[in-house]
Design a binder for this molecule. Sequence first.
Ligand SMILES: N[C@@H](CCC(=O)N[C@@H](CS)C(=O)NCC(=O)O)C(=O)O
Length: 221
Amino acid sequence: MTTGLVLYGYWRSSAAYRVRIALNLKGLSYETRPVHLLRNGGEQHSPDYREINPQELIPCLLDGERVITQSMAIMEYLDETHPETPILPIDARGRARVRALAMTVACDMHPLGNLRVLNQLESQFSADEAQRGEWSRHWIATGFNALEAMLADNAATGRYCHGDTPSIADACLIPQLYNARRWKLPLGEYPTLQRIEQACNELEAFQLAVPEAQPDAPVSA
Ligand SMILES: N[C@@H](CCC(=O)N[C@@H](CS)C(=O)NCC(=O)O)C(=O)O
């Protein structure tokens, strides 16, 4: 068990949720440092945090003195520095498939629904809450339609996104499903995604990572 890992995150951040899953899958203990994304205009914009991550985004992992940003980079870093319980397949083709699934969420879906994007839609184009909801549901559905097709009836899909071992693809998918429910996107068209979610949620690593279980989650959450 490694000590000295610190995760800057926010209970409801799906990018931080991914990293929590990866840390838990690897059995790594870590200290949580909450960054409240809404309080005081967003603590991610504070000078202290900007010094750690000039992108003003969470998550951010400290490994001793080392600062690692970007959830995908963090998860791959954890896999390389703690190769036991791998979260990427050993073969190049499998790794490419898992990364493609993960990046569908992390690169093409999640950024479009991020807080700063939704804030910009409001401030620049006066998009109201209903319109921001429609926007978010549109992009989540677009990504989920592709993911359902990529996962259903594919011999490489197993109990989880890739075979019977959870990977960074599952670590990206499950938080995005959580996000989709927040936006009230109907999920009936995604039976494979829901089946994989059910399998993941049976694992302690995923259970411990849920937003409501985090120390900074409001008591009512
Ligand atoms: N590509 C980044 C995205 C990070 C990201 O967008 N984080 C969100 C929370 S899920 C955030 O910090 N948002 C703050 C904001 O938009 O101001 C990653 O995967 O780590």
